[in-house]
Design a protein around this ligand. Sequence first.
Ligand SMILES: [Zn+2]
Length: 86
Amino acid sequence: MYILHECVALSTSQNYIVEDVDPRWRLIVSKLITAEDLENNHYLEILGDVLEQIDLPVNYCPYCGVHLDNNETVEVSYTHRDYSKG
Ligand SMILES: [Zn+2]
């Protein structure tokens, strides 16, 4: 079970802030596969799938500034997922 931060700046399905089970608020930003990506990379198959994704803990929404509760002191870190190589 998770909760999404509702924000007009994060109104697309590929960019969002989620409270996960930790609980820890995390900003997820994704780059989706474009037609040009499909042409240039034979590992890619589906237009609109996630190509790359950044996932990092946040204490505030960087767009609307709202404080996100239940986040303890969080180490600065991020996860980068690269799906471009299959
Ligand atoms: Zn926000």
